[in-house]
Design a protein around this ligand. Sequence first.
Ligand code: FAD
Length: 286
Amino acid sequence: MLTAPFEYRRAERVEDVIEWLSDETRETKILAGGHSLLPLMKLRLATPAILVDVSALRELQGVQEDGEVLRVGAFTRYVELARHSLINQKASLLSQAANVVGDLQVRNRGTIGGSLCHADPAADLPAAVLALEAQLVILGPNGTRRESAEAFFMAPFVTTLGRQEILAAIEIPLSTQNARSTYLKRPHPASGYPVIGVACLIDAIHNQTIGTARLAITGIASTAFRASAAEAQLVGGRLDAETIAKAASTAAINAPLDDDEHTEYKQQLVQVYVSRALQQVAAQED
Ligand SMILES: Cc1cc2nc3c(=O)[nH]c(=O)nc-3n(C[C@H](O)[C@H](O)[C@H](O)COP(=O)(O)OP(=O)(O)OC[C@H]3O[C@@H](n4cnc5c(N)ncnc54)[C@H](O)[C@@H]3O)c2cc1C
């Protein structure tokens, strides 16, 4: 399986990338880790004429605290997300999700920007960024814009990213840095992608009453989604067996699933995995 011929360009300036992406005569694609793009090219499902390597762009690099947010460059690889001390301390949910993506080879090459822009409905990281209520920093011909992760994912493999736009960074609010969290995944035995993945973040430090509850689910619907009704049910309660069972059941009933022969099975998955994720969080120390 060989790709169609293409021209390789290594970008030194973000302005050049934006200009190259505007070429309407030759399809131009950004190359990050290549772990989604190159398989598509080998299958000839994508045949870009130009690939732009963005690994040298400083706008896409680095992990730092920036005021009220943790800024994670779009070119940060999974392996760095999993190991970086700042991410471990301030947004551990992202480290946990990155740590279970694919295998070591995938984690050594794949980037958070590539994963989010590819928008595979079965990818792990969309659930984590939804639960962290991240903002995506996007550069384009009209400057910089910010979009919530919730608004970014529109449909399978479709985002709000314009043709000439580049995802530069992911900003994670530090307001939940002390919350308990877990990412629980049932990997497909053949592919390793999640059959279901549940990102769970609970702020229950105030006398065990839940102040913030976030549940984001990937793998089973057309995009990753927040289980909002279940979250609302959790807030103000305590993480006991009864509350967990009710929330898991609410998440299953309200999951935005296609109506087909798999619906019942997927609802069952949601119920079991939301329940297990909440139990894991309940067992964590403050
Ligand atoms: C064997 C295997 C197993 C895998 N298992 C899993 C798994 O368990 N869970 C999981 O979530 N994923 C899995 N993946 C997918 C993997 O996570 C990919 O790395 C990821 O989806 C894409 O990231 P990338 O950096 O490789 O992006 P690329 O493949 O380089 O790019 C993907 C797309 O995003 C665009 N793009 C990249 N960066 C930017 C940017 N900064 N701005 C705008 N557009 C951009 C590209 O143009 C392209 O369209 C697996 C892949 C393989 C090959």
